[in-house]
Design a protein around this ligand. Structure first.
Ligand code: GDP
Length: 673
């Protein structure tokens, strides 16, 4: 069935771990008819288990995106990584969403992790509605959570419902717009809602909260203000329209409540997704980068040309599927797309719409769509697909520096094969993961974005793929550079397969400024040196810098001056490449090489009373405090620290702040400590 794009919602469900994201998603799939039975997380039969179950029967489920229908609207739920420490992963998925439901625990309220997710959603301008879950639990307090949304998240909550009955007596919800009391029939897992007039004893309270709702709304909407002051009856549709605008302008966050586990409150949440979160037509300007230029630009995608983002790549049944969000334009099965990030064209073999338990083959992907694409051999997560004539990059991907590595060793020879297979799968799915073999020990070294990143990979390796491996301790990944200039001259003159190869290369290596990478300077006496030999020298040098002279880490921040390239009739690219490679290997150890380590930019969020301990700890680690800022009841410390001092830092922050603190960390540069 073809639905107008106005009826499409691309949303994410964001939550602090344990707030109930899985249970809410599970109920959504049940009430929208996607799944026919409710599995409980605590019985070990919810989505994840249900997935492997389905997989055994040969049906593929992908958690990247799940599509369901609600009252003639399509809601596509895009998976957001469960753990907020995966900053890049979370941020990438946020960019693909047009709106989000933020699930809070009715008892725990706004926890540090929810604050992190909320800030990321602010950064990517994702309109939000809030769902306060677990209203059936002892200690649940709907109004306290709403207050925390205001105080901790600096948002303006607008209370849309009232829970009736406390804790285990929580039995119904008053809808403050329709002014009805909603009960859920226990039989049929809450599928049927019984709508009643509000019980007498709650009526006063309901009127009071409805007035507050209208007053809050009136602050942002003149028409509502007029009607409210004139005590006119305000149409339900007018209230909804005003709230919708406020949500999309980031003025208000409507707050709903329920208990996903007890099957209460989920259908009104689905209504709210449709009523208040934007369709793909309503997303505003986007930010991007013109390739070759580092400047950010704001732009509105043109309907006439393709703009899409590959936001996830998965190996499903041994085939690579790229998940793509289309922002404008379209592409067809059998056609080609231009990968702006790589500057290359690729062929689209097949396009699928992903439902919870099946893929549906479609001919065309168009604006607003989120599809699985088969055939994109080169594209990886984070790549932009777009116009070759007016290229725009949606995300700069060069900032992914793997900074932590871990050695893994198969326990037996037969495990080696399995290990290789599993690693290959991981690498395709996750471009931030790098692999190399240690030349001395023969060990496989995996490098990633952080401690937790590798921990999760290793745990999947052990649990999901049952790979038998020994794991080393996580190590910081270094770079190598030199302290003083050094020089070498190499003659390569050899017979290979009966053919002579000759080249002479003289070069100097000089230290460059931090962050400058490798640069070339050709000071050749002879300007007739063929261009392909010059390129061969560059290749040979770059290849040699791939592995340094101390421990084999890549070499950076060096200016290479080529002083002489001697050639004759036997000269070849091969000879120049080998000669320059050898010259670098000879010169490097003479330049007093040393290691540079990853230096991180860290933002720590803690309540004021713990700030002294946090600052003291940063100082004792040799960190540099850049800034301390007050944000409502939180202090935000910005500091620069070597990664080697940050192992286990989440535990440190938690223990120094009685569990209230959190932090985010990103790679800044390679430097001396
Ligand atoms: P996630 O980590 O956010 O995905 O949370 P889960 O959905 O896995 O839920 C965490 C735990 O809370 C599980 O044991 C659920 O059964 C339980 N839970 C989820 N929703 C509710 C609820 O509404 N009420 C109660 N009492 N428990 C809930």
């Amino acid at each position: 069935m073809k639905l107008p794009i106005q009826k499409l919602r691309n949303i994410g469900i964001m939550a602090h771990i344990d707030a109930g994201k899985t249970t809410v998603t599970e109920r959504i799939l049940f009430y929208t008819g996607i799944s026919h039975k409710i599995g409980e997380v605590h019985n070990g039969e919810a989505v994840m288990d249900w997935m492997s179950d389905e997989q055994e029967r040969g049906i593929t489920i992908t958690s990247a995106v799940t599509s369901c229908m609600w009252k003639n609207n399509v809601i596509q739920i895009i998976d957001t990584p469960g753990h907020v420490d995966f900053t890049i992963e979370v941020e990438r998925s946020l960019r693909v969403l047009d709106g989000a439901v933020c699930v809070f625990c009715g008892v725990g309220g706004v926890e540090p992790q929810s604050e992190t997710v909320w800030r990321q959603a602010n950064k990517y301008k994702v309109p939000r509605i809030a769902f306060v879950n677990k209203m059936d639990r002892i200690g649940a307090d709907f109004f306290k959570v709403a207050k925390e949304i205001k105080e901790k998240l600096k948002a303006t909550p607008i209370i849309m419902q009232l829970p009736v009955g406390m804790e285990e007596n929580f039995n119904s919800i008053i809808d403050l717009i329709s002014m009805k009391q909603l009960f859920w029939e226990e039989k049929g897992s809450g599928l049927n809602i019984i709508e009643k007039e509000i019980e007498e004893e709650h009526l006063g309270n309901a009127h009071q909260y409805r007035n507050t709702l209208l007053e809050t709304l009136a602050d942002f909407d003149d028409k509502i203000m007029e009607d409210y002051l004139a005590e006119k009856e305000i149409e339900v549709s007018a209230i909804k329209e005003a709230i919708r605008k406020c949500v999309q302008n980031f003025d208000l966050v409507p707050v709903f409540c329920g208990s996903a586990l007890k099957n209460k409150g989920v259908q009104p949440l689905l209504d709210a997704i449709v009523d208040f979160l934007p369709s793909p037509l309503e997303i505003g300007q986007m930010s991007g980068i013109v390739p070759g230029d580092d400047k950010k630009i704001l732009f509105t995608p043109k309907d006439s040309s393709l703009l899409a983002l590959v936001f996830k790549v998965s190996m499903i049944e041994g085939r690579k599927i790229s998940f793509v969000r289309v922002y404008s334009g379209s592409f067809d099965e059998g056609g080609t797309v231009y990968n702006v990030s790589l500057g290359k064209k690729e062929k689209v073999a097949r396009i699928f719409k992903m439902h919870a338990n099946k893929k549906e083959r479609i001919k065309e992907a168009k604006k607003g769509d989120i599809v699985g694409v088969m055939g994109l051999k080169l594209s990886s997560t984070g790549d932009t697909l777009g116009s070759e004539q007016e290229p725009i990059l949606l995300e700069k991907i060069s900032s992914y520096e793997p900074v932590i590595s871990i050695a893994i060793e198969p326990k037996t020879i037969s495990d080696q094969e399995k290990l290789n297979e599993v690693i290959e799968k991981f690498i395709i799915e996750d471009p931030t993961l790098k692999i190399r073999t240690d030349e001395d020990t023969g060990q496989t070294i995996l490098s990633g974005m952080g401690e937790l990143h590798l921990e999760v990979i290793i745990s999947r390796m052990l649990k999901e793929f049952k790979t038998n491996v020994n794991i080393g301790k996580p190590q910081v990944v270094f770079r190598e550079t030199i302290e003083k200039s050094s020089k070498a001259s190499v003659v390569f003159d050899k017979d290979i397969n009966g053919k002579k190869h000759y080249a002479k290369v003289s070069l100097t290596l000089s230290p460059a400024k931090r962050g400058e990478g490798i640069s070339f300077n050709f000071k050749l006496k002879d300007d007739t040196t063929p261009e392909n030999f010059i390129q061969a020298v560059k290749n040979g040098v770059n290849d040699a810098f791939g592995s340094g002279s101390i421990m084999g880490y890549p070499v950076v921040d060096i200016e290479v001056t080529i002083l002489d390239m001697e050639f004759n009739e036997n000269s070849s690219e091969l000879a120049f490449s080998v000669a320059s490679n050898m010259a670098v290997k000879e010169a490097l150890p003479l330049g007093l090489p040393f290691h540079l380590e990853p230096i991180m930019s860290v933002e720590i969020f803690v309540p004021e009373k713990f700030i002294g301990d946090i600052l003291g700890d940063i100082n004792s680690k040799g960190g540099k405090i850049e800034n301390v800022e007050t944000k409502v009841d939180m202090q935000v410390v910005k500091a620069i620290l070597p990664l080697s001092k940050m192992f286990g830092y989440s535990t440190t922050v938690r223990s120094l702040s009685q569990g209230r603190g959190s932090f985010v960390m990103s790679f800044l540069k390679f430097d001396k400590e």
